[in-house]
Design a protein around this ligand. Structure first.
Ligand code: MCN
Ligand code: FES
Ligand code: FES
Length: 909
């Protein structure tokens, strides 16, 4: 141990530290300065950046022995406060640059030093700075962050004033489509938005720390588990195995009736088998995390290793054993039967094209690692706080497994640093629930980044074969498709994602006749969980690449061939229903001149010769809003002396559930004239908030938005007097009228039939057309996306800052999906960079968004969703641009440089 005097945020502090510990640990644990976040813990993400003697350092890799006596340290808490914000913090709020907010303190700290060194940076200098200082963001696509720095610099140089930038709502005016700042922004930019790990440090004394004993192989029989040595280790309170679980020890995967398994194959703690790398075998509960970690090494697990099946084709092989004995590895099948038999048609059509496509196990890579804590409350209820984005689903899926009375069990969502869908599945809830329920003590469990990457769900790889047939005019007539979905060992929502193949292969086009099959396959690779787009990025990759290939084969322009075939009045989706609105011809019309201009620009650049080839590509982007069929959401609203309180479980990944709830309530209540500050939100604690459904399927703006609207309208109806004016709170009380209203909205939809995929599953869809401009270095095979332009139609925009951010962020994840992201190699793909997360230099500074706001008949104020559409097709557009640049057709993602190089070599032969 050593004693130092440090000046932290200008205040002299005596610090006693272990020189081997990190600055992040000292700041967070010893100083309580939890504004500094720890993401990767390995110097890769910059979330933990602080200023040490005038320089930006990553505190998670800065050992205290490098922090000298009298060092000056600035953390986010020292940059500005809620009442005295630094221009960077102001500008971050103004630009919506904090979505989940996990990267925000690190970025602001980093930018502060940049502006101290260079008061007037160019955009490129800002980008270079963040690249050099390893600042990563998974939510925003970096654009609003650069915008925020540029405007902060102008504010600091005195060229503009806050009032020039800050959107001020004139109370009573419509809030729709404005840059109103989300309620959580100020806490995020000041470091006061407390994530699970921050709250975990503030749990009461006597709380237990959990560390897991995890499988390091992918498939094995468990012979024995011996915890006796571990139990004797210092500080250890309990070592729990499956034998200690009071309940069934099974996660309920909510299997479809047609699923050949019972959906109960996933254990909370492994009992008979290990099904994948990272499976939890035992939990060590100790007084400190270090003691728990040390004891995990003393749990002896004897295994009989089995051959792992690491892909769908491997698990489908004739000689493959059943991963879950008694359930075939192919455990769910769905078909599509639309129109006439396609076989004779295909034979008669003049333009037929076929291809095999693969979209892999894209990792979600939120910067916040998975984390949860739990406690028994004063009424003996089990209270779990996690990153859940599906509170009521997770309750249903884990109560029996834990063995807790469902009436005495509640889940709340902590402020969450991004999930991108992985938290649609329970990850940690069963484990923390068991630990707390058994010990009756508060328990805390955090994963590090390695565990988060290797032991949470991933995008389900789709292996697709698709054949498309068009008549002599290029009008699509027939489609045949075959899809195998690798869903890892656990079935939850695997059947559902499989239905997305028939729903989204060829989405956007009127194809009158379709036949095909899709199946879900159990494997021993990472279990499949929802990932933004949920099956549409896989499906659209096949159809958006194939239509490009068809255009080339027919000598047609790819945009024009699409134009001929996109939905028009009277056309039907692959599900056989009418599209909600017709918007794609208009979007393509808007795109056409930009596309032509981009083609001319690329041709000009290519004329100069050289190793770098330039190209442009197009894709449709489409996704649905809602869970298939009569999806519903419940909310409540209450009139209070101060205004109204709205309660819902619109879980917030970081997308802006607070903003959506506030805006829709404010807008509906405008006849009464509540100010925004009179609308209080109570969100995401199922003890107090009703079942609004999960934050998946881009459903909440539509489904929960409608429920909020219905609730507000019920209140308005009650408040309305005969003369058309509205009762006050006091008048409502005097007239003995109810103040509290429970509301529900249900989509008027029917789930598709599993045998035919025909139905009308969704109330609305989101549409976009994306133009990608790329440069391919033919000596290295490396692709750089130089510019993206999207014409987007998400209906009426509820909040412009939020929607811009959703699109920029989603498109950037599409760049990752196209070029670099994967979780395949269990040795290499285990860090953020090892998984290919896009850094600022991988993302173009020009991502232009053009909106077409076609009102949706079933959306609140005509809005639909926005979250997932931007990740449905960008990889297809980028790969089409690679083909346009250099002739290499990428059909199996990612388009790693070596793959492009191999393609170039093959072309030369
Ligand atoms: N919105 C709007 N106007 C519209 C449409 C949407 O202002 N016309 C706003 C909504 O109010 C909401 C946001 O856009 O704040 C997204 O709305 P919606 O598409 O309905 O999606 P959900 O709120 O249900 O959020 C889930 C969606 C999904 S499924 C994933 S995955 C996802 C996403 O949102 N993960 C995210 N966006 C994310 N953004 C961040 N930063 N982090 C994630 O993990
Ligand atoms: Fe320190 Fe990622 S760089 S947490
Ligand atoms: Fe940057 Fe979420 S806002 S990681």
């Amino acid at each position: 141990m050593e004693k130092k005097t440090l000046f932290i945020n200008g205040i002299q502090r005596i610090v006693i530290d272990d020189p081997k510990t990190t600055l992040a640990e000292v700041l967070r644990r010893q100083q309580g300065l939890t504004g500094t976040k720890v993401g990767c813990g390995k110097g890769e993400c910059g979330a933990c950046s602080v200023i040490l003697d005038g320089k930006v350092v990553r505190s998670c890799v800065t050992k205290m022995k490098r922090v000298h006596d009298e060092a000056k340290i600035t953390t986010i808490e020292g940059v500005g406060t809620q009442d005295n914000l630094h221009p960077l913090q102001l500008s971050w709020m103004i630009h919506g640059a904090a979505q989940c907010g996990f990267c925000t303190p690190g970025f602001i700290i980093s930018a502060k030093v940049l502006l101290e060194e260079n008061a007037d940076p160019t955009r490129q200098e800002v980008r270079d700075w963040f690249q050099k200082h390893h600042n990563l963001c998974r939510c925003t696509g970096y654009i609003p962050i650069i915008n925020a720095v540029m405007d902060a610099a102008r504010l600091m140089r005195g060229e503009i004033k806050k009032e020039d930038l800050w959107f001020q709502l004139k109370e009573g005016d419509s809030i729709l489509g404005t840059d109103f700042i989300r309620p959580s922004a100020v806490a995020k930019v000041t470091g006061n938005w407390e994530f699970g790990a921050d709250l975990g440090l503030k749990l009461p004394a006597g709380s237990l720390h959990i560390k897991l004993v995890q499988a390091t192989v992918s498939h094995a029989n468990i012979i024995s588990i011996d915890t006796s040595e571990a139990e004797k280790m210092p500080g250890v309170v309990r070592v729990l195995t499956y034998k200690d679980v009071p309940g069934t020890n099974r996660i309920n995967g909510l299997a479809f009736p047609q699923n050949l398994g019972d959906g109960l194959e996933r254990p909370i703690l492994c009992d008979k088998k290990v099904f994948q790398f990272g499976d939890a075998i035992a939990m060590v509960l100790a007084d400190t995390p270090e003691q728990a970690e040390a004891a995990t090494k003393f749990v002896k697990v004897e295994l009989e290793e089995l051959l792992p099946y690491m892909s769908a084709p491997a698990a489908m092989a004739d000689d493959a054993i059943e991963i879950h004995p008694g359930t075939p590895n192919i455990y769910f099948t769905t078909n599509i039967v639309k129109g006439e038999d396609t076989k004779p048609l295909m034979e008669s059509l003049p333009n037929v094209i076929e291809g095999d496509f693969y979209v892999g196990r894209q990792p979600h890579l939120p910067l916040e690692p998975d984390v949860a804590f739990a406690y028994m409350d004063e009424d003996d209820n089990l209270m779990v706080h996690s990153k859940s984005i599906a509170l009521h689903f997770h309750h249903l899926m884990t109560a029996e497994g834990i063995g807790v009375d469902p009436e005495k069990y509640f889940i709340a969502q902590n402020p969450t640093g991004g999930t991108f869908g992985y938290k649609f599945s329970p990850t940690i809830e069963g484990l923390i629930g068991v630990a707390t329920y058994v010990t009756k003590r508060p328990c805390y469990l955090e994963f590090n980044m390695f565990q988060t990457i290797t032991y949470t769900g991933k995008r389900s790889p789709f292996f697709m074969n698709v054949k498309m047939g068009a008549d002599e005019n290029g009008i699509l007539q027939a489609l045949e498709e075959d899809t195998s979905v690798d869903h890892g060992p656990y079935c939850e929502f695997g059947d559902l994602v499989t239905t997305r193949a028939p729903q989204f292969i060829s989405a956007g086009y009127n194809v009158p006749n379709i036949r095909g099959e899709a199946r879900t396959v159990a494997t021993n690779h990472a279990w499949g969980s929802a990932f933004r787009g949920y099956g549409s990025p896989q499906s659209l990759f096949a159809s958006e690449t194939l239509i490009d290939m068809l255009a080339v084969q027919m000598g047609e322009d790819p945009l024009e061939l699409r134009y001929k075939n996109v939905y028009r009045e009277g056309d039907k989706t692959p599900n056989g229903c009418s599209p909600d609105v017709i918007v794609l011809p208009q979007a393509l019309d808007t795109m056409r001149p930009l596309y032509k201009e981009a083609k001319v620009k690329a041709a000009e650049k290519n004329k100069t010769g050289g190793d770098v080839k330039y190209g442009v590509g197009i894709s449709l982007n489409i996704y649905s809003c809602g869970l298939d069929g009569p999806d519903s959401s419940e909310i409540w609203i209450e009139l209070t002396p101060e205004g109204v309180t709205v309660g819902n479980s619109w879980e917030d990944h970081g997308q802006g559930a607070d903003m959506g709830s506030l805006a829709i309530a404010y807008e509906t209540l405008r006849p009464v004239g509540f100010e925004t500050k009179q609308i209080k939100l109570v969100m995401n604690d199922m003890k107090f908030t009703p079942n609004s459904g999960p934050s998946g399927g881009s459903r909440n703006n539509t489904i929960t938005g409608n429920a909020i609207k219905v609730g507000c309208e019920m209140l308005l109806a009650a408040m309305k007097k005969a003369d058309g004016t509205y009762r006050t709170y006091d008048e409502m009380v005097a007239d003995n009228l109810p103040l509290h209203y429970d509301a529900k909205w249900t989509a008027p939809c029917t789930a598709p039939d599993v045998e035919t995929s025909q139905g009308n599953p969704f109330p609305c869809y989101m549409y976009g057309v994306l133009l990608s401009e790329v440069a391919v270095d033919t000596t290295t095979g490396k692709t750089q996306v130089e510019k993206l332009t999207m014409v987007a139609d998400v209906g009426t925009i509820i909040n412009k800052l939020v929607v811009d951010g959703q699109l920029w962020g989603g498109l950037t994840q599409g760049i990752g999906l196209a070029l670099s992201e994967d979780f395949e190699d269990l040795k290499k793909n285990t860090t953020l960079t090892g998984c290919g997360i896009p850094q600022i230099k991988d993302v173009p500074d020009e991502i232009n968004l053009i909106y077409q706001e076609t009102p949706r008949p079933l959306g609140p104020f005509g809005a639909t969703g926005s979250g997932e559409m931007p990740l449905s097709g960008p990889h297809a557009s980028i790969c089409n641009a690679i083909f346009n640049a250099c002739g290499v057709r990428i059909t199996h993602l990612p388009a790693y440089p070596e793959k492009v190089l191999a393609g170039l070599k093959a072309l030369q032969k």
